[in-house]
Ligand binder design. Structure first.
Ligand code: ADP
Ligand code: MG
Length: 393
């Protein structure tokens, strides 16, 4: 299925209002009873049920009658809410081709009114669904309900906060433009993921730069945790850019050393295999490198962590709370176990996977005709607070 933004233009104010009401209801209902949607939306002229049918037809909602009759947002529905908000804010005005498919994200080109092309990352935590291990379920039991909506939003928030902080400290990352719901807008990185590169002019220099980056990150108090050839972009001048930050952790994390060593190992392995390089050979002729190297030629985590850290604390103070961090770690623990703690443990995917859309690869679908008004007011907020235990109430 494609991200058919054309549908967006045909949606009325009431459509968006009801879609938003379902989103609000999902704060404490996995499936939002239709009557509750109706009460939250409180449409001036009624007609919620007709609107729900229309939204269902466009696959923005999923109908579920297994426990009781109700609706929940699909990825597409959530995408549309985020896209509409971004368009309203003037962040971009058109959506173009899909440029990346991750296990837990879809990346599209978007264009600003002035023609600037950016990247839109839609987080999809919960696309890959696993049975949560027991400890995680215990953890989740004591928290408010977790669903893919909440987790994807958290992942986006974290990615945006980290990208911004890293950029401010001079790290080679995309420019963080904006964030809403599960959607992050960032500058478009020129070049390709390193994994696609078969040949480098200066593999040794690129290797040094990359190892240097892992070390410098750790010196700033952070570990990427998914630092590999898929998340390092490189352009024709062999300039590198690091992407993909939802799983980053602080050097004070209890598994920090393991994550750091694993990140380093990934780079070593890749460069050894593809370019027949290793750090030790390269290290000798580089001056001014202050980090200890262990017997195998790898930078030593303990020598770094002694002096490390302030960016991790800065981020902790930036609104991305330690509870948020705990929640997200439960689900993307260092990129190892990409577990999803959904309450009902079922996949949230609806079989809804975006495919590269051939007919859409050249142009952009303009959203300029989209009405800029978002129906954000006069919702019946009281109804949102209805307890999940009593969904019919
Ligand atoms: P995931 O978490 O799903 O791995 P990534 O952030 O790594 O998502 O993005 C997936 C792919 O999308 C990348 O490998 C890259 O090819 C492309 N991509 C992501 N962000 C950008 C960007 N800012 N500019 C250009 N391409 C990007
Ligand atoms: Mg990635």
């Amino acid at each position: 299925m494609k991200l058919d933004v054309d549908v967006l233009r045909y949606l009325s104010k009431d459509d968006f209002r009801v879609l938003t009401a379902v989103e609000m209801g999902m704060r404490n209902h996995e499936i939002v009873p239709s009557e509750l949607v109706d009460r939250i939306a409180s449409l001036k002229h009624g007609g919620t049920y007709k609107v729900l049918k229309n939204l269902l037809k466009h696959k923005l909602l999923h109908h579920d009658s297994s426990k009781y009759d109700g609706f929940r947002l699909t990825y597409l529905g959530y995408d549309f809410l985020a896209i509409k908000t971004m368009v309203n804010r003037g962040v971009f005005a058109a959506v173009g081709r899909q440029i990346g498919v991750g296990k837990e994200s879809d990346i599209f080109e978007v264009a600003h009114e002035d023609g600037t092309v950016m990247a839109m990352k839609l987080h999809r935590l919960g696309r890959v669904s696993f049975r949560a291990v027991k400890s995680k379920r215990d953890y989740l039991k004591h928290r408010r309900s977790f669903n893919w909506l909440y987790l994807s939003r958290l992942a986006a928030l974290k990615e945006f906060a980290f990208m911004k902080a890293l950029e401010e400290h001079g790290f080679p990352v995309p420019n963080a433009v904006d964030c809403n719901r599960h959607c992050v807008i960032m500058s478009l990185v020129q070049g390709y993921p390193l994994v696609q590169v078969k040949e480098l002019q200066n593999p040794d220099i690129v290797f040094e730069k990359i190892i240097d980056l892992v070390v410098r990150l750790a010196e700033h108090g952070l570990i990427h945790c998914d630092f590999n050839e898929f998340n390092i972009m490189i352009d024709d001048d062999e300039k590198i850019t690091m992407i993909d930050f939802p799983q980053m952790v602080s050097v004070s994390h209890h598994n920090a050393r393991m994550y750091f060593d694993r990140d380093v190992e990934c780079v070593f392995k890749f460069f050894k295999k593809r370019f027949n390089l290793s750090f030790k050979e390269q290290r000798d002729d580089v001056d001014g490198f202050e980090v200890d190297i262990d017997e195998s030629g790898r930078p030593s985590f303990s020598s770094i962590s002694k002096t490390a850290g302030f960016l991790d604390k800065e981020l902790a103070a930036s609104g991305f709370t330690s509870k948020d961090q705990d929640d997200i770690e439960m689900c993307i623990e260092g990129g190892i176990e990409k577990n999803i703690g959904s309450d009902n443990e079922e996949t949230e995917d609806d079989g809804h996977v975006f495919e590269l859309n051939e007919t859409n690869t050249k142009g952009f679908d303009s959203l300029l005709l989209l009405e800029k008004e978002e129906p954000t007011s006069n919702y019946n907020e009281e109804q949102v607070k209805v307890n999940q235990q009593n969904p019919k109430a």
